[in-house]
Write a new protein. Sequence first.
Length: 258
Amino acid sequence: MGAMVAVVTGASRGIGKGIALELGRVGAVVYVTGRTLEQGGAPWPGSISETAAQVSQLGGQGIAVACDHRDDAQVAAVVARIRADYGRLDLLVNNASAFGQTADGYPLEDTPFWLHPIALWDEMHEVGLRSHFVAAALAAPLMVSQRSGLIVNISSPGAVTYAFNAAYGAAKAGVDKLSADMAQDLRPYDVSVVSLWPPFTRTEKYLAQADHLDLSRARRPEFTGKVVAALATDPNVREKSGRAVRVTDLAAEYGINE
């Protein structure tokens, strides 16, 4: 069949980048999507061009594709390009998310929901919940036709416990339910869907706050990447389809360390 063909959304930095890099390490073709094509276009370090280059350096083939996941047409163009290039898609990782940031770029937290702008809800549900649905809906026909594939939706324990704010929790709970229902629809075609809960991770945003955050127990982004790579190559992944699973639990199952 050749190398695994994957797409990781929102992979300029953070957990998405960690996932893309570890897929590169197992030799995958990785389409890296995001809005930051070159460094300098965002307040945080990282770009899809840099991620794609590192994927290739690790032994895979990184392909940077600029895509704003608010724009359905841009997402459709990514899927059309993959269809034209390879005619199949083995793995879709829906990681792109919005966090309703304050002016300094950090998530709104520690204030009650009635003090948040309504736009916070719209942003978190548009890029995260809705964009996961759109990317999966556009990619599913490729996987259905080949009767194989895996969709990983990056979620959070915030789906069941309070984290950041009410809009965030509702979005993540929606991702988990969406994953379960997608799995139901795709099961007859041997396509699996897993909702994944990463641990506290040393992303670029948190590293920028290192002077007042305790990052001693935070994981590297590549930790989640190793788990996604293991999931994608697990012949029994369908047994996990429809479930929301902690990255740390899967790491223990697969024997993965930091």
